[in-house]
Design a protein around this ligand. Sequence first.
Ligand code: CA
Length: 235
Amino acid sequence: MPTILIVEDEAAIADTVLYALRSEGLEAEHLLLGREAVPRLRAGGIDVVVLDVGLPDVSGFDVCRELRGFSDVPVIFLTARNDEIDRVLGLELGADDYVTKPFSPRELVARVRARLRRIAATAEAAPGSGWTRRGAFAIDEDGHRIRFHDQALDLTRYEYALLAALLQRPGAILSRAQLMDRCWDGDSESADRTIDTHVKTLRGKLRAVVSMLGDCGNDADPIRTHRGLGYAIEA
Ligand code: CA
């Protein structure tokens, strides 16, 4: 699970951010001082840093500069004033993003998620990573894992097998009998109903991802039903 480190001396702001991140299923840690942040980051295991610029001991800029000496972990600055923003943009500190106070926790969580998606996309693109892109999907056949819009799908064995079979040739129609043959061991009495039931739960999971990401014009139902023929995937 991704872990976010928040370095912020105002406890009320930190608590709001911690709550927002944790309620989104992310791990979050909090430190009050800049001096504590560097050793924590050296210890590893942090995926994104949310770093206040105005800390009481050393500035967020100093923390970031030191951090960049040993790590490329994404940094999102929390800035309070316009002159701080100018410095974030001007100093080429290697900051990845910034949010101006006051900010909505939702906005910050969205920025954190955007960073995490970029990390995932970079890892997938790396040679030998095992991930293959298919449009909005990425599949790791060795690991039996599929991502949709960079979100991991929690699939049952048969849902995975069905989606993997469809993703082998996007656009190609597979009949229910073909899907049964590829995805299930042995015969089933009611192939059509079995396939339809699993396609239905699969669609529900894809739709949940699209609705979680908000209305960005994404295709909420990439599995196409071709009457009398079977199913195909748009990818
Ligand atoms: Ca502060």
